[in-house]
Design a protein around this ligand. Sequence first.
Ligand code: ATR
Length: 268
Amino acid sequence: MAAMTDRYAVFGHPIAHSKSPHIHAAFARQTGQDMTYEAILAPLDGFAASVAQFIVVGGRGANITVPFKEQAFALANRLSPRAQRAGAVNTLLFDADGILGDNTDGAGLVADLTRNLNCPLAGKRILLVGAGGAARGVIEPLLDQKPSALVIANRTVSRAQELAGLFGHGVTACGFDAADTPFDLVINATAASLAGELPPLSPRVFTADTLAYDMMYGRDTPFLSFARTHGAATADGLGMLVEQAAEAFYLWRGVRPDTAPVIAALRA
Ligand code: ATR
């Protein structure tokens, strides 16, 4: 009997505009992996059932996006240490032992910063803007790079303080008005860009040596144009998207795809 082609998918709601099927198809072609990858719109009240159904029909792994990353965390019966610290799961692996939950978002961000953007993080001052799930998912991998400071600034200061408290020393919290000294790297992990809004940051966080990074991709956000106006270099989150996908692909297939041509094709 011929072996079934391994199936993978991304689950989200909405999901129609996801670039993940395109990215993983490119990785599979490049590395000669026999697999399929599809986008699945899970009902808002039916995520777990949707995943269970996919496993029955031959699913071997999945990516998870908004709004299911916390539900995926709860669904997994094993968690990688980085998923545990992130409190959310963006990658599932289905095997004989059940469901492994991992989180490749932070590794994707760090890979994009250090490899693609040539921005080493050791000894750097990092300002992380936002204190929701997107921010939490990247803190541990950023700390692993040994920055000299990681400051979380958030509109609701108490959320930033709670988040900093989860990670211990080296991480501090403040409100937007208190973040007013220069940083080497400013990462926008708020949902403000989605709404076309600008987090009310002080322009003093930016210098000509600052990299401003928006985790959102696909458009020039108010955050990026504000940073550019104040002299900073800028980057959107497209590289992070491709790098987190590559990290998931490696978990599933044991092969590391070359991300550069895939990022270039998406930009073109
Ligand atoms: P996610 O999982 O995408 O991080 P979330 O947990 O709802 O979503 O968190 C959204 C983050 O964006 C929060 O840090 C939120 O600030 P508050 O904690 O004060 O709500 C931030 N945010 C959303 N809209 C914003 C805006 N217009 N300006 C600044 N921060 C904003």
